[in-house]
Design a protein around this ligand. Structure first.
Ligand SMILES: [Zn+2]
Length: 106
């Protein structure tokens, strides 16, 4: 694979299952007007979506790195609206590994 292929994986997911809201890759939750709770503002908890490349990429510095796409996604349990990052955030997986714990992946 390549950096483009991990970006394509996120694009495919967003095309096949479009989120209600586009959220930045760093948010922990996203408030929305919830139709399941009398249209008041409710948070959607966002978990990390971390897609790792299967092979190394040669960087412009000449070094190699295994790249990953970092995004966030979540779904409101009351109304079913969804949130996911549309724009990929690319990281070196050795420098920025997947999160663990409460804010980790689904
Ligand atoms: Zn809701």
């Amino acid at each position: 694979m390549s950096a483009q292929s991990i970006i394509d994986q996120l694009d495919t997911l967003n095309r096949e299952d479009p989120p209600t809201y586009d959220v930045p890759h760093y948010l922990g939750n996203f408030r929305h007007k919830c139709s399941g709770a009398r249209n008041i503002s409710k948070p959607i908890d966002l978990k990390e979506l971390y897609i790792v490349d299967t092979e190394e990429t040669v960087l412009t510095t000449g070094e190699t790195a295994v790249l990953a796409v970092v995004a966030r996604q979540g779904k409101c349990p009351k109304c079913g609206q969804t949130a996911r990052s549309i724009s990929p955030h690319i990281v070196d997986s050795a420098v920025r590994p997947p999160l663990t714990g409460r804010v980790s992946r689904d």
